[in-house]
Ligand binder design. Structure first.
Ligand SMILES: [Zn+2]
Length: 77
């Protein structure tokens, strides 16, 4: 799983298209599991959401537990 992440400066980047399954992935720092389909927002806060085209979107989230910033690419829309 660690190969999915790349760390630039203080933010992590994850590409959901490289993750098998339903798209759940752990926080790189505290291992809290995020689910992109989880709309309760208990474990993360969405800082920004941007549609790139009709097929993918990117999202910046912040882990509510460790405050880590994570850039998510490859979201299906
Ligand atoms: Zn975290």
């Amino acid at each position: 799983m660690s190969a999915v992440f790349s760390n630039s400066k203080n933010t992590f980047n994850v590409n959901l298209s490289e993750i098998e399954g339903v798209g759940d992935f752990p926080c790189p720092k505290c291992s809290t599991v995020f689910s992109p389909d989880d709309l309760t927002k208990d474990v993360y806060t969405i800082l920004s959401l941007q549609e790139n085209d009709n097929q993918s979107a990117s999202m910046v989230i912040q882990c509510n537990k460790c405050k880590n910033i994570i850039n998510i690419n490859g979201l299906a829309v």
